[in-house]
Structure formats: C-alpha cells, structure tokens
Design a protein around this ligand. Structure first.
Ligand code: THU
Length: 135
C-alpha cells in the first residue's frame, strides 16, 4: 500500500463527475520519476461519452511529463466502493491504457475509500497484453 497514492486517489474520487452511475472512482499513479498524478471519472449525459478515472490520471501524467521516466507508471491506486464484496478493479479498456505506460511488474492497488482491498500486478490483470514494444 502506497499511502500517498491512496490519499490522492481517495481525495480526487470525491471530485468525480458521476451523476448517472453515482459510482465515484479515483485513480492516482506514481511514475518512475517519482511524480504522482491523479484523476477521477467524468460521465456525460450521452452515456458512452464519459470516461474512467484511470485515463484522467494518465492524461495528467502526459500533460505534466518532460523528464525521463515521467511516463512510466510504477504503481497505480484505484479507489472505489467494493462491488459484491470484491475490490473494484480497472475495466478492460483501462487495463490496456495502463499497459501502454507500464510493465508486467507495475502494481495496481484496488482499494475501498477505507483502504481495504488488494494489490495486483499488471501481469495478473492483463496477461498477454497487446504491445507494439519490440524490445
Ligand atoms: N469506472 C472507472 O472510473 N474506473 C474503473 O476502473 C471502473 C469503472 C467508472 C466508469 C463509470 O463512470 C462508473 O465507474 C461506473 O461504471
């Protein structure tokens, strides 16, 4: 558990725009350069036009990053209410979005606003991820 990421995700979650689902999500990520970027889900009256918390955090990372390592995600914390007693995990599309800037060892902490939940690696969340990286 990364306390700074948890607090950033928990706090930004409360600023989510989710009047249609009432399901607030906050995401905060730490880059290899050590920076923290956070974002919340932003829904829309035209439902498919809304987006998740994870891409909001990624967009902040991209807008802020200049130095080397500033676009590598080493850990990401997602804060939302558990569903059916299970921690909320990133949706399929968001797993691919996170994978674009991470590796199999990147940690994804899925936590409730009270801090309960569990940690996954990206290898667990998205085995066999599609990548254009030839290295
Ligand atoms: N949501 C996220 O922001 N992240 C996830 O990982 C799962 C789902 C949002 C999308 C939508 O605004 C709401 O949660 C209900 O699906």
């Amino acid at each position: 558990m990364d306390e700074e990421l948890f607090e950033a995700a928990r706090d930004v979650r409360l600023r989510a725009h989710a009047p249609y689902s009432n399901f607030l999500v906050g995401a905060a990520l730490r880059t290899a350069a050590g920076n923290v970027h956070a974002g919340a889900n932003v829904e829309n009256a035209a439902y498919p036009e809304g987006w998740c918390a994870e891409p909001s955090a990624i967009a902040h990372m991209i807008a802020a990053s200049v130095e080397k390592g500033a676009r590598r995600i080493v850990a990401l914390t997602c804060v939302a209410d558990p569903i059916g007693g299970r921690p909320t995990t990133p949706c399929g599309g968001c797993r691919q979005r996170i994978a674009e800037f991470s590796g199999p060892d990147t940690l994804v902490h899925c936590l409730s606003p009270e801090g309960a939940g569990r940690t996954y690696t990206m290898a667990e969340l998205l085995p066999g991820a599609f990548s254009m990286d030839k290295a």
